[in-house]
Design a protein around this ligand. Structure first.
Ligand SMILES: [Zn+2]
Length: 195
């Protein structure tokens, strides 16, 4: 029955971490444990879409630096001001390793699977990478776009740009360890360009 919307466009505005610092998603109720009312997601999603269109079209948004608090039980909408924190871990003067980690890792709904992005997008030679991986791992699926393999109790889908979806992994640290281990099997497409 509640939703909050803001337009985060740092450094012009605060970022989410300025407003809700160091929140660990694992301690919050998620849509898989608590559920979400479809209409709430519908209304809030439409407001988000509207604000995104405005941002892309260069139309000024009143929600920059403000949080729209929606109370659907009472049908009340309030705007409260939010502020940028100088010592913010994400957009502040000192940016910590948390940021890199947050940009690379995303849990997918249900926390069954984690998406790990490469530090820099890769261009993998899938044939050679597959050959390397087959020496150590059980490859379940291979296609021009994805290689799926078993890694211990986890299932890993590897994409050509080096992105991995790791299913059945409990922690981010474990996901990063699997990522680092598997990336040693990568073979890169030799590029003719200078970089
Ligand atoms: Zn911030």
């Amino acid at each position: 029955m509640e939703g909050n919307v803001s337009v985060f466009h740092p450094p012009e505005t605060p970022c989410l971490e300025c407003v809700l610092p160091a929140i660990d998603d694992r301690n919050l109720a998620g849509c898989d444990t608590r559920g979400v009312l479809g209409a709430t997601a519908g209304i809030v999603g439409s407001i988000q879409a509207m604000e995104t269109v405005k941002l892309l079209a260069g139309i000024e948004s009143i929600l920059k630096g403000k949080l729209l608090v929606c109370d659907f039980r009472r049908m009340e909408f309030d705007k409260v001001e939010i502020f940028r924190r100088k010592d913010c871990n994400t957009c502040g003067d000192k940016i910590g390793p948390m940021v890199e980690r947050a940009q690379r890792l995303t849990w997918l709904c249900g926390r069954e699977t984690i998406n790990v992005n490469p530090i820099k997008p890769a261009n993998l030679d899938f044939e050679r990478t597959l050959k390397n991986l087959r020496r150590r791992f059980d490859v379940l699926v291979r296609s021009p776009v994805v290689i799926v393999l078993r890694h211990g109790g986890s299932e890993v889908s590897l994409f050509r740009n080096g992105r991995m979806l790791i299913r059945g992994v409990g922690t981010e640290d474990k996901a990063l360890r699997i990522y680092r281990e598997l990336s040693t099997f990568f073979a890169y497409v030799r590029s003719l360009s200078k970089d």
